[in-house]
Design a protein. Structure first.
Lengths: 224, 608
């Protein structure tokens, strides 16, 4: 960051990064584009199959339970909490990245730790929901929920639900692991020595992406 | 990490950039000797990784092409026994005749191996690795470690695929496209059992390898260009590798999604691709899925894949033709623009593989239009190659011959694409030998020609020796004539309606007329295969015994790779990375034969 950037600087002329980013961040952006295609393909497949089906279960009926609430009818309450937790973990990640810019090791540690807690809490919620659905008889290849019109539903409702939320959960899990690795490095002072906290920014990009994907997954399975 | 003093200067070199790539050079570790393992096995030098990709690709090419020889024998001599086949294939060729199951396994693995392991990993893996850092002026890839991982994931994928050849029930045998329900139901055929699982596993590892490689190629090209190497001063191979990598990074993940769903269908009782099926007279409970969905996901990769195969060949051919005609490439920006257009259109034409699946004809019309549009950038490229060599002072090196051969086969195979791209004609030609002829000429033979051009041309850079020219000429002429003799007659068979993938055509009244033609094709196949072995001999012989290089710039080329020493170490340039002052195609300019990119523009020089 030694040369002042003037308007006349030839960004594409070689010898510089044209976007003024490190190769690592560039790779992360391209990887996220790639991963967007992975999720895009899965969600479009879901849309295709659902569009081909004459009827589909009502999410308000399927997702109406919450832990410790017995048989109370609470449609989408639990998943809203899950979503809130995940989005809050994105907020704490923003704060961690911000603290990294200010090279505030203590603040980075704090906010990154909260992000990890948020991610773990989301995964715990997902584990509960999966277990609950499993006990209701739902799994890959098994669908106990009836269609909105009362007819037996295709197993593809549960097939897609477990595959796509599972694939997303796998991403959250790897995100939490990455965050833990980075947190250890923060505590060891690796980034203080290096003089910047760019690694926090990179995992931050990944974390926000995973959150963004959840918004689409949430919409597809719980709202539509 | 390996090093000689070259990486030392790397640090200073990059600090004047707005972003210093300082987590790279490990300058404090220099002067230590490479061990055998770190130099030849787990190497992080892009040049060594390129060689690893190339040699692995050559091994796969021999296997994949060898398979085609075996199934061509079946097609030519369905009633003849070849006892040696039983010797190598065991119960797959009882009595010296291959079984139908073995036949399907052979055609499936032939396609998989050639498309993915040879012409994707072996071609763009080799030359992206070799040429990107050398031609843009970088010490190595952006992330040498990820680059190494890219090769080893490919190696792992190779091992799994290789293992699948040896399992009791045989490898995948439902065609290289692995369409469900055949690929989804283990009871449907023996090739749909463990062989199919290994196939999917191997391909998933392959996707990871492609992703690691592709991300590296993109960020190296964008971020690591030396001073003065603006995008429009990059040699055309680099542009082609760039678009290839973008295509791979954006299309392979879709294939991965398709495979994930297929794996669930195989093992978790799901019905993503399955609906209302009977196997051996028994109704299956699967319901609600769509086999066509898989085809969409597959061809969303499958079509860009053919450009992943052909774009690097196009780029290298452009370079080799300009160097050996001693003329600037004709229409540099048109070349870049047409590469870009092809890359965009690659994503918009996949359903032309699916015209007869019951695709809505209205939708088909759009895919016809977009498919035919590809003829425009393709034609621009062909015209530019021809005008590049037009009135050139051509040096007929083996590399130049293969480049010219590439243009020939690309035209011949490309023209039939215009027929196949029409949905109405495709109804007749779909799944016939016409399709086989089309894609083998336009992306099989052409991509191989581009690859051979690249190998003959850059061999001196890889091994500091030349390949033998005489063997190269024999290789070229037999391969060119042979390729046309093999694939040209297939057009006629296809127009007569002869379907692909049949085990024995002699039992069909309508195809009996082709018995002799099939024999002719197969005999040529054997001859061409033998010639490729000659090339392999030339390659390995020349590594150790070839004529030694005495100059750093054997072809009098302008690009940066020829400014490195004859034996470039890890880091490529012993001193500073050279600065670039001009585009790479200043040949025969102002009375000079060539002006390297590193020479500053003099004030009295004419404009290009």
């Amino acid at each position: 960051m030694d040369t002042a950037v003037t308007a006349k600087k030839k960004w594409w002329g070689g010898g510089y990064s044209p976007f003024n980013v490190s190769y690592g961040k560039l790779m992360m952006w391209y990887f996220l584009m790639s991963d967007a295609f992975t999720f895009g393909a899965l969600l479009i497949s879901y849309g295709t199959i659902r569009f081909m089906s004459t009827s589909w279960p009502d999410p308000n009926e399927v997702f109406k339970s919450a832990p410790l609430m017995g048989h109370a009818n609470l449609p989408l309450v639990f998943v809203s909490i899950m979503t809130f937790i995940l989005i809050m973990s994105s907020v704490t990640m923003v704060l961690a990245v911000h603290a990294g810019h200010q090279r505030n090791q203590k603040a980075v540690t704090k906010w990154l730790a909260w992000t990890i807690v948020g991610g773990a809490a989301f995964l715990a919620c997902q584990a509960w929901e999966w277990t609950h659905l499993y006990h209701e008889g739902a799994w890959w290849g098994r669908n106990p929920f009836l269609n909105v019109d009362g007819t037996p539903a295709s197993t593809n409702f549960t097939n897609f639900f477990f595959t796509i939320t599972g694939f997303h959960g796998l991403h959250v899990t790897s995100g939490v692991i990455l965050n833990i690795v980075i947190l250890i490095n923060v505590l060891k002072g690796t980034y203080e020595q290096r003089g910047h906290y760019e690694m926090v920014e990179k995992v931050g990009l990944y974390w926000h992406f995973v959150d963004l994907v959840w918004v689409f997954v949430f919409t597809c399975f719980y709202l539509l | 990490m390996s090093n000689d003093a070259t990486l030392h200067s790397h640090q200073q070199e990059l600090t004047h950039g707005a972003v210093a790539h300082d987590d790279h050079g490990n300058g404090h570790e220099h002067h230590h000797e490479d061990s055998f393992i770190s130099k030849y096995v787990f190497s992080m030098d892009h040049k060594m990784i390129a060689k690893q990709f190339l040699i692995t690709g050559i091994i796969w090419a021999i296997i994949g092409a060898g398979f085609s020889v075996i199934f061509r024998l079946q097609l030519a001599f369905p009633d003849t026994a070849f006892p040696w086949l039983e010797t190598i294939l065991g119960h797959w060729a009882k009595g010296g005749r291959i079984t139908p199951e073995a036949y399907y396994a052979l055609v499936t693995m032939h396609g998989t191996i050639l498309v993915f392991f040879v012409l994707t990993a072996g071609l763009s893996g080799t030359f992206s690795n070799l040429l990107i850092p050398l031609q843009v002026g970088a010490r190595d890839m952006a992330s040498p470690f990820m680059n190494m991982l890219s090769y080893w994931f490919f190696f792992l994928a190779s091992m799994v695929m290789m293992a699948s050849l040896f399992v009791q029930t045989g490898p995948a045998s439902g065609g290289w496209t692995a369409y469900p329900p055949l690929s989804a139901l283990g009871d449907a055929s023996i090739g749909s059992r463990i062989g199919m699982d290994l196939w999917l596993t191997s391909m998933a590892l392959f996707v990871v390898s492609q992703l690691l490689g592709g991300l590296n190629y993109i960020s190296t090209i964008l971020n690591m260009r030396t001073k003065g190497m603006s995008m429009t001063r990059m040699p055309l191979p680099i542009w082609s590798f760039f678009f290839t990598a973008v295509l791979g990074v954006l299309s392979f993940p879709v294939l991965l999604s398709g495979f994930i769903l297929l794996l669930f269908d195989r093992h978790a009782g799901t019905s993503f691709y399955l609906s209302e099926l009977f196997v051996a007279g028994k109704a299956l409970s699967n319901e609600g899925g769509s086999a066509i969905l898989y085809q969409h996901l597959f061809w969303f990769l499958g079509h860009p894949e053919v450009y992943i195969i052909i774009l690097p060949a196009m780029g290298m051919v452009s370079e080799v033709l300009a160097v050996n005609s001693r003329k600037p490439i004709f229409g540099y920006l048109a070349m870049v623009g047409s590469l870009f257009a092809i890359a965009i259109l690659a994503f918009l034409v996949w359903a032309h593989h699916m015209f007869v699946t019951g695709l809505n004809p209205f939708l088909g019309a759009f895919f016809v239009l977009l498919t035919l549009l590809i003829a425009v950038p393709s034609a621009i490229k062909v015209f530019n190659w021809i005008t590049t060599i037009w009135k050139g002072n051509i040096r007929f090196t083996p590399g130049a011959l293969f480049s010219i051969g590439f243009v020939s086969t690309f035209i011949s195979g490309g023209l039939t694409g215009i027929w196949l791209g029409n949905s109405s004609i495709d109804i007749h030609l779909h799944d016939t030998y016409f399709v086989i002829a089309h894609f083998h000429i336009v992306m099989g033979v052409s991509a191989f020609f581009g690859m051979f051009a690249g190998i003959y041309h850059w061999f001196p850079k890889m091994y500091s020796r030349y390949m033998n020219n005489t063997l190269g000429y024999i290789h070229f002429w037999i391969t060119l004539v042979g390729a046309y003799c093999i694939f040209w007659p297939m057009h006629y068979e296809g127009m007569a309606g002869m379907p692909r993938r049949y085990y024995d055509y002699s039992s069909w009244e309508s195809f009996k007329q082709f018995v002799e033609l099939n024999k002719f094709i197969s005999i040529v196949v054997v001859a061409v295969f033998a010639t490729q072995l000659l090339f392999v001999f030339n390659f390995f012989y020349s590594i150790f015994k070839g004529r030694k290089l005495t100059t750093t710039n054997p072809w009098n080329a302008t690009t940066l790779e020829w400014t490195t020493p004859i034996h470039p170490g890890h880091g490529n340039w012993p001193g500073e990375i050279p600065e670039v002052h001009r585009w790479p195609y200043d040949y025969s300019k102002d009375g000079k034969d060539f002006i390297p990119q590193t020479v500053p523009v003099s004030p009295d020089e004419s404009k290009h």
